[in-house]
Write a protein that binds this ligand. Structure first.
Ligand code: 13P
Length: 339
């Protein structure tokens, strides 16, 4: 492990005014996104769609890194340039999702466990060779129905730490992503308590597995009301509770925290990030690693038609710029209208 290099990459991933584009939807997930816009999910369509984002020069100014799915890291752009090179040409770092989805952990109240450790030490050098300098592994925690169980929580935190340990051994920065889901009927304080437990356990396991915090990026959920909860917390409450929780759980050796959007609307994900950064100075960079909240508008504008590429690129660039501003606490709702 070269901790100096890992730290340099991690710091670049959370550089001021920039964040991460999560374009690592699995085949099943991208199919769901394409179904919504009436596009068939073929290898070429997936390539064309992702290429249009990576070539959106204006938007990529605010993108420090791109998380890719296994298919995409090996793909070439329409003109034959490897997509990894297109990303590097935009001064962004290519990254790779390495988890292999989830399955139920038996006897654990329905908790899920993330798969993919078995062959990981063999896969990582190939991804490094292909240009990946960071990786992502997502653990999923459901905070409803009496979940999570301690078994589920511990197993997921341990798997995250095993993954992070292997990544660092191969000079790849691990994005450590324990996601407490936002789509249930739980209130914001349940989200707070479960996220606190998850983060405390995750950092404990990272310590036991000798993971160096200077060489990771944390990707957590924000502390929010579940989407089906009748009582929805406002932007200030979300920002106050999320910042308070992170300060109590995340050591300042961690260079940065890049949030997932988790199904929040585009503008709300931006408003929350902005409100948190307005509460600075903070011990770490706070930025975005959004999938849906960066891409939804672009997908709609594109709808699979070549003629719509400039409009889709404009939609993507607008969201990237708004989130770039929010990562510095410099966004305001009036900028959305201007855009
Ligand atoms: P969303 O921002 O759509 O939640 O996706 C981010 C991500 O990478 C989830 O693993």
């Amino acid at each position: 492990m070269n901790l100096h290099d890992l730290n340099k990459i991690a710091v670049k991933m959370v550089a001021r005014g920039r964040g991460i584009l999560a374009a690592d939807e699995s085949s099943g997930t991208i199919q769901k996104r394409f179904d919504k816009i009436g596009v068939t999910s073929t290898e070429e369509n997936r390539r064309d769609y992702r290429e249009l984002m990576f070539r959106a020069a204006e938007g990529m100014r605010y993108v420090s890194g791109v998380i890719l799915y296994d298919e995409t890291i090996w793909q070439k752009a329409a003109d034959g340039t490897p997509l990894v090179k297109v990303i590097e040409a935009a001064d962004a770092i290519p990254g790779i999702k390495v988890d292999e989805g989830t399955e139920e952990l038996p006897e654990a109240r329905g908790d899920l466990i993330t798969k993919g450790l078995d062959q990981l030490s063999k896969r990582l050098p190939k991804y490094y060779e292909a240009g990946a300098r960071f990786a992502k592994w997502r653990a999923v925690i459901d905070p409803t129905g009496g979940r999570p169980s301690y078994a589920g929580l511990l197993a997921n935190a341990h798997a995250l730490a095993r993954y992070a340990n292997l990544c660092q051994a191969h000079n790849i920065v691990p994005i450590v992503e324990p996601e407490v889901l936002m789509d249930g009927d739980n209130d914001i304080d349940t989200c707070y308590d479960v996220t606190e437990w998850v983060l405390k356990e995750t950092f404990q396991q990272l310590y036991y597995l000798n993971v160096k915090l200077e060489g990771i990026v944390l990707k957590p959920n924000m502390v929010v009301s579940g989407m089906k909860c009748p009582q929805q917390a406002g932007v200030d409450e979300v920002a106050d509770k999320t910042v308070r929780l992170l300060k109590s759980c995340v050591p300042s050796a961690v260079p940065g925290i890049a949030f997932l959007s988790g199904g929040q609307s585009d503008e709300l994900a931006t408003a929350h990030l902005d409100a948190m950064n307005k509460r600075g100075p903070l011990p770490w960079a706070l930025t975005f690693s959004y999938g849906r909240a960066l891409q939804a508008a672009a997908q709609k504008a594109w709808s699979g038609k070549k003629d719509n590429v400039p409009a889709a690129q404009a939609a993507f660039s607008h969201r990237a710029r708004m989130n770039g501003l929010a990562s510095q606490g410099e966004w305001s709702a009036s900028m959305e209208k201007a855009g």
